[in-house]
Design a protein around this ligand. Structure first.
Ligand SMILES: [Mg+2]
Length: 242
């Protein structure tokens, strides 16, 4: 039986790609205002930095840190780090937070799962501060029982430690609520949009896993939903199989 459901955050509970465009626009606007740089060029440069930062820092939360990304960009352009790295990161995140809205049906689904007694977690590759801000912005603060960021556990998904740590935190959360039962790995369902990070990572750690695929990008995957309204059906089937 599934007892806990852990959701990825970015591009699962809200559309990250759309919100990120707003963040990149704010970064580019700052670069134009401060350094007279064309906005389209800045947008291309910061896009290219994502892979470079991941390569440089490896599968840890720092690889997503926007202050560090701004520092990389400023260094390439031979511009001063202070005060621009934090100014860029602040503008980027504020614009992104302002633009983000919950995925269709996400809040209703989470409330339904909460009412049915599932433990609800978030498991996300990112630094803690901004992910907590996103949860508040999405209005999910009173629904989410626990969150694991890669900053807290030390590694990004799909590394197994992330999922082991998440199961441990699920059990600590239950214990704190005075509930005596224990959740095993295969009683946790991990839901996310990434085949590699969410689906394969969770499977390798012996959790149940489900791909959230609203754009129908992975029709080859058996364990997937395209809308959150399909989740109750999946839960029913998984529970029957166990
Ligand atoms: Mg994601």
């Amino acid at each position: 039986m599934i007892k806990a459901i852990i959701f990825d955050l970015d591009d699962t509970l809200y559309n990250f790609k759309a919100a990120q465009r707003a963040g990149a626009d704010a970064w580019a606007a700052y670069a134009k205002e401060q350094f007279q740089l064309p906005e389209e060029q800045t947008r291309r440069e910061i896009e290219a930095l994502i892979a470079e930062q991941a390569e440089k820092m490896g599968p840890i939360a720092a690889s997503h840190n926007r202050v560090l990304r701004a520092e990389l960009w400023l260094a390439k352009r031979n511009l001063p780090v202070f005060p621009h790295a934090t100014a860029l990161a602040e503008r980027y995140w504020q614009a992104l937070l302002d633009a983000m809205v919950p995925q269709e049906g996400a809040v209703e689904m989470l409330r339904d799962l909460q009412m049915r007694g599932f433990l609800i977690g978030i498991g996300t590759n990112m630094t803690a501060y901004v992910q907590y801000k996103k949860i508040e912005k999405l209005g999910l603060g009173d629904i989410v029982d626990f969150i694991v960021t890669s900053e807290e556990c030390g590694v990004d998904k799909p590394l197994r430690h992330f999922f082991k740590y998440s199961a441990k935190k699920a059990n600590e959360t239950l214990a704190r609520a005075g509930r005596a039962e224990r959740i095993e790995m295969n009683e946790i369902l991990f839901v996310g949009d990434s085949v590699k990070h969410d689906l394969e990572g969770a499977h390798a750690a012996k959790m149940q896993a489900l791909l959230f695929d609203p754009e129908n990008a992975h029709p080859e995957e058996e364990e997937r939903i395209q809308r959150f309204s399909e989740l109750p059906e999946v839960l029913k089937r998984l529970s029957a199989e166990m």
